[in-house]
Write a protein that binds this ligand. Structure first.
Ligand SMILES: [Zn+2]
Length: 102
C-alpha cells in the first residue's frame, strides 16, 4: 500500500506537523488526524509520481529525478540539454539547470 503524507493545518499533535499513513489507493483522503482529530490536508506525493511515470515523462512535466549512486553523488535521470549526468553535492556546477521553470 502506498504511504501518504498529511500535514496538520492547525496545531500539530504528538504525531508531528507532518505524518505518514499507509492507505489503499482507493481510500478517501483523510480530512482529520486519526490521533488528535485536528484538520489535516494531504501533501502531494512525489514518490507516487515517480512510480507511475517514466523518466522522460517526468522530465517533460518539469520534474527532476536524482538517484543516489554514492555518497554525495546523484545521477540526474531527467537531465536536459546542458545538465551534467552526475550531480555532486559539493560542486554547484553539476546542479541541474532550473531555468526552464521560469
Ligand atoms: Zn494530530
Amino acid at each position: 500500500m502506498p504511504i501518504y503524507e498529511y500535514e496538520h493545518i492547525g496545531t500539530p499533535c504528538s504525531w508531528g506537523k507532518i505524518f505518514e499513513i499507509k492507505q489503499s489507493i482507493n481510500d478517501e483522503p483523510l480530512s482529520h488526524c486519526l490521533n488528535c482529530g485536528g484538520e489535516v490536508r494531504k501533501k502531494i506525493s512525489l514518490v507516487a509520481v515517480n512510480i507511475t511515470k517514466s523518466n522522460r515523462e517526468l522530465r517533460d512535466l518539469g520534474f527532476t529525478k536524482l538517484i543516489k549512486r554514492e555518497d554525495g553523488v546523484y545521477e540526474n535521470m531527467t537531465r536536459r540539454n546542458n545538465d551534467s549526468r552526475y550531480v555532486k553535492q559539493d560542486d554547484a556546477s553539476t546542479l541541474p539547470n532550473l531555468s526552464h521553470l521560469d
